[in-house]
Design a binder for this molecule. Structure first.
Ligand code: ZN
Length: 340
């Protein structure tokens, strides 16, 4: 079985996360399903909710679907929430259910045996103060990946609102603190993730030349022109830096009609992978499910269905060698580059 690495899940912040070890009826990802799907490594995101979590669709008189821009969350609230969620992952690691991976030697071991690799990721850097003092503590606690923003504004950058169809060019770029954050992440060895960053922020980050540009859970704007997806120009820039796109499995970011429809075929994930591979090369394609954070095709059925996705990728023309890279090797390469 080909070992699989997945670039984004929200399993730690689901209300029923306590069922992660034994398995749980709902959701997409837990330990038994990781095992049966061949998922040997994953990036576990910590997302701190906005004060008001409801994001209502805005009334519009055209065919555009737009949701309210999420409220910003203050640093003390985010820090409290995020440290507790990180503690959940630390507990799963100390009990031997997952291995908290901080370097590629550990990651390589996880591809073969032992508990699956878990990489600690902050989805939105609200838990970090603008002096970046907390960043060193998070690094010491195992943080190895960070997205400056979720789809809202914070002290570092501006996330894309959810608008479909829309360009990702929705607002201002990185703040001065955001630039400092990216530079410091590069110094420490923390991967910086551009999923949820708007286009101005993307190009600001690209100009810093900090490392390969990674979009952990996004898809191709050419096939599904939502604000959350990557334009061809962004894909080209990702390739130039040696980065990757973790193809997201979220139905509304895959479908040309943006529908929240579970009856979305797995083949559509493979179509996005094929598109990105044809444009910029297979070495820039990887997986970034958004398990437990989005509506995933029912035919996949969560992490246990990953072998079916590999079959769809084979059908889409990926060779066995290419599949090994898409499923594992490309993530390994970019993590190694950022972790130095
Ligand atoms: Zn996300």
């Amino acid at each position: 079985m080909i070992p699989i690495f997945d670039g984004h899940n929200d399993a730690l912040t689901r209300p029923d996360y306590t069922g992660f070890v034994s398995g749980r009826p709902g959701g997409d990802l837990d330990l038994p399903r990781m095992e049966s799907g061949g998922l040997r490594g994953a990036i576990f995101a910590i997302f701190s909710p906005s004060p008001d979590e409801r994001m209502e669709p805005l009334p519009r008189d055209d065919e555009v679907i737009e949701f309210e821009y999420a409220e910003s969350v203050a640093q003390p609230e985010a820090a409290g929430y995020a440290t507790a969620a990180a503690g959940r992952l630390a507990a799963l690691a100390s009990s031997g259910h997952l291995r908290l991976v901080e370097n590629v030697a550990q990651l390589d071991e996880c591809a073969v045996s032992g508990p699956p690799a878990a990489i600690l990721h902050l989805e939105g850097a609200e838990a970090i103060d603008t002096e970046l003092e907390a960043l060193d503590l998070w690094y010491a606690a195992g943080l190895r990946s960070l997205g400056p923003v979720w789809s809202r504004a914070n002290a570092f950058a501006h996330g894309v609102p959810f608008i479909s169809p829309s360009s990702p060019d929705t607002g201002p770029g990185l703040t001065a603190a955001g630039t400092r954050l990216v530079r410091r992440c590069a110094e420490l060895g923390i991967l910086v993730d551009v999923s949820h960053l708007n286009e101005a922020g993307f190009w600001d980050l690209a100009r810093l030349e900090s490392g390969p540009i990674v979009a952990s859970h996004s898809a191709a704007h050419a096939l599904c022109p939502t604000s959350r997806n990557l334009t061809d120009a962004q894909l080209d820039e990702i390739a130039r830096t040696g980065g990757l796109v973790g193809i997201v499995f979220a139905c509304p970011f895959l479908r040309a009609d943006f529908a929240e429809d579970r009856d979305t075929p797995i083949e559509l994930i493979a179509e996005h992978a094929r598109y990105v591979a044809d444009r910029i090369g297979t070495e820039h394609v990887a997986l970034g499910s958004d398990f437990d954070g989005a509506l995933i095709p029912a035919a996949l059925g969560g992490a246990a269905g990953l072998p079916r996705l590999l079959d769809a990728l084979r059908e889409a023309g990926f060779s066995e060698d290419q599949l090994r890279d898409v499923a594992w090797g490309n993530w390994r390469r970019v993590l190694d580059a950022w972790w130095h």
